[in-house]
Design a protein around this ligand. Structure first.
Ligand code: BTN
Length: 260
């Protein structure tokens, strides 16, 4: 297999494009290095025609997470990409966090033996720490840019992250191949967006709730500055529904966790 100086080899890039050949609405771009794939997508949207524009980078020099945090990605080991989603009126915008989280959980659980779980709104966790994060940013009224950072082969983390971060390779004895995992993730996302556009939103919501694993459990919700207790029925793109009939708009729920 031909290898590039860094990042995804040309063969890997063409395999990944081939994996999306049933989805001409997707455009896939590979970069060795960029500041942030979020900004790359934002800039390229000005001159690129695609319903789903996806930029994959081997290394980010100024990757960012939620709440102004940095997302460190040294290159050669992990997965980082951003995807533009032109929501228009094709599906509810607040379906996006559910769709991305469910897809990430579905694919990553295929590659490790350890159970993984979702932490609302943006983390994929293992018992050893955080494996992946999702960042969703608005770009005009109808367009969103969602970025995923997934630790695949990193073994060493900066001191301030060492106790909270882990990677897929630290959760399994099997060898892992970054581009295979990325291929599955892109295919699952393309499948899910096709479902969403076809109005099959309930299937995505069902997969998210199964991955979240909190239905029927006692939960604590942070709603702005208040804390609410209840038994979770389900999370939908409209909001968090409790068994006693109360529901809370999704955009207002900043944390959702099992009450221990
Ligand atoms: C978080 O956990 O706070 C979200 C992390 C999101 C990181 C990804 S990596 C690809 C994309 N580009 C960025 O600059 N951030 C997101």
């Amino acid at each position: 297999m031909a290898t590039g100086p860094l990042g995804y080899s040309l063969d890997e890039q063409s395999e990944l494009c081939e994996a999306l050949s049933d989805h001409p609405e997707w455009k896939l771009i590979f970069l060795t290095e960029t500041s942030s794939t979020q900004d790359e997508v934002r800039n390229r949207l000005a001159y690129t025609e695609a319903d789903y524009l996806c930029v994959v980078a081997d290394r980010q020099t100024a990757g960012r997470g939620r709440q102004g945090r940095a997302w460190i990605q040294p290159g050669g080991q992990d997965i980082a990409f951003s995807l533009s989603c032109q929501v228009r009126d094709r599906y509810p915008p607040l379906l996006l966090p559910l769709l991305f989280a469910a897809a990430l959980h579905e694919v990553c659980t295929d590659f490790v033996d350890t159970p993984l779980h979702l932490k609302w709104p943006n983390d994929l966790l293992s018992p050893k720490g955080k494996v992946a994060g999702i960042l969703i940013e608005g770009q005009g009224p109808d367009t969103w840019i969602a970025g995923i950072g997934l630790n695949v082969e990193s073994r060493d983390f900066p001191p301030d992250l060492a106790h909270i971060a882990t990677s897929l390779c630290l959760l399994t004895d099997h060898p892992l191949d970054r581009h295979t995992i990325l291929g599955e993730l892109l295919q699952v996302l393309a499948r899910d967006f096709a479902e969403a556009e076809a109005g099959k939103v309930d299937q995505i919501i069902h997969r998210f709730n199964t991955a979240l694993g909190l239905t029927g459990e006692a939960v604590l919700l942070d709603i702005r500055k208040d804390q609410v207790r209840g038994t979770l029925d389900r999370v939908t793109s409209d909001g968090v529904e409790l068994r006693d009939g109360r529901s809370f708009p999704l955009g207002e729920v900043t944390a959702l966790r099992a009450e221990t």
